[in-house]
Design a protein. Structure first.
Ligand SMILES: *[C@@H]1O[C@H](CO)[C@@H](O)[C@H](O)[C@H]1NC(C)=O
Ligand SMILES: *[C@@H]1O[C@H](CO)[C@@H](O)[C@H](O)[C@H]1NC(C)=O
Ligand SMILES: *[C@@H]1O[C@H](CO)[C@@H](O)[C@H](O)[C@H]1NC(C)=O
Ligand SMILES: *[C@@H]1O[C@H](CO)[C@@H](O)[C@H](O)[C@H]1NC(C)=O
Ligand SMILES: *[C@@H]1O[C@H](CO)[C@@H](O)[C@H](O)[C@H]1NC(C)=O
Ligand SMILES: *[C@@H]1O[C@H](CO)[C@@H](O)[C@H](O)[C@H]1NC(C)=O
Length: 224
């Protein structure tokens, strides 16, 4: 009798543990915006569907993240993406703020981001809230304009230091963003500005400082 109830307890705990792991526990959010021309430039083999990529920062995703491993959690168990659960007015906003600049299938991009990341924070933000909040974050600080006001505009040859790009964003948001770079496939040992990350605390409402994790040190950054 004692043995079986002990076994039950162990099993119950194991299930609980699995549930907690797979439903995702996270510490904060990374809100990632991308510069579409860089997405397209690094796709050497499969060009972007639109040959003239958008010239403003668009959403890549809102990622619940762990301090210990910012790439986790991901692919949590939870409700899978359903387009019907996104109101049409929200879909039309997302077509501007969160387009798929690579293949052109916006729905597929939203589906992939929700299933990989959104499912891990579903207890904080349901599907509609997740996309609504992301769109609101995108609108709250216009990176394209922040950089333009600091005379950081796409240029074929000019380069910037990490801090040149970080500073105006930091000034505008009062928080430290993270810049992410991609190696330029057509010019060795140079890097292109690809993404700007804002960090938000657990409830996805308040901005916090991010920690630098990307771009090579001591290599200037191209923005084109
Ligand atoms: C995330 O970190 C928390 C502690 O902060 C930990 O309990 C949890 O297992 C981690 N989850 C993943 C998926 O790494
Ligand atoms: C999550 O799923 C996506 C799409 O199926 C896959 O590309 C990715 O590698 C998975 N990530 C992890 C950590 O399993
Ligand atoms: C776009 O992606 C969605 C979701 O994956 C899929 O159902 C749809 O058929 C795709 N549309 C096109 C035109 O490929
Ligand atoms: C962001 O700023 C750019 C450059 O000033 C502008 O073209 C664009 O319309 C702005 N986007 C929004 C949503 O305000
Ligand atoms: C950019 O500069 C314009 C003109 O001075 C100003 O109206 C706007 O608020 C500034 N935008 C940002 C995001 O700093
Ligand atoms: C940044 O690093 C500090 C010190 O290690 C840590 O306390 C903080 O939680 C980290 N923040 C993020 C968003 O990773």
């Amino acid at each position: 009798m004692l043995k079986s109830s002990l076994a039950f307890l162990v099993l119950a705990f194991a299930f609980f543990f699995c549930y907690v792991m797979s439903s995702g526990s996270y510490d904060y959010f990374q809100f990632v915006q991308q510069w579409p021309p860089t997405n397209c430039r690094v796709r050497v083999k499969r060009p972007c569907s639109n040959p003239r990529p958008l010239q403003y920062f668009t959403i890549h995703g809102l990622w619940p993240s762990n301090y210990s491993n910012p790439r986790m959690p991901s692919n949590c168990t939870g409700s899978q993406f359903k387009k019907q659960n996104l109101y049409p007015y929200m879909q039309s906003k997302l077509k501007i703020s969160w387009p798929d600049v690579e293949s052109g299938n916006d729905t597929k991009f939203w589906e992939g981001e929700w299933n990989k990341h959104g499912t891990c924070s579903e207890r904080t933000l349901n599907l509609m809230q997740y996309f609504q909040r992301s769109n609101a974050m995108w609108k709250s600080h216009n990176i394209t304009e922040i950089l333009k006001n600091a005379s950081i505009v796409p240029h074929p040859t000019q380069t910037w230091k990490y801090s040149d790009i970080e500073s105006p964003i930091k000034r505008a948001t009062k928080r430290t963003p993270v810049l992410r770079c991609k190696r330029d496939p057509v010019q060795a040992n140079t890097q292109l500005l690809h993404e700007v990350v804002f960090c938000y605390e657990y409830d996805a409402l308040k901005l916090i400082d991010c920690n630098r994790t990307d771009c090579w040190n001591n290599v200037d950054i191209k923005f084109q």
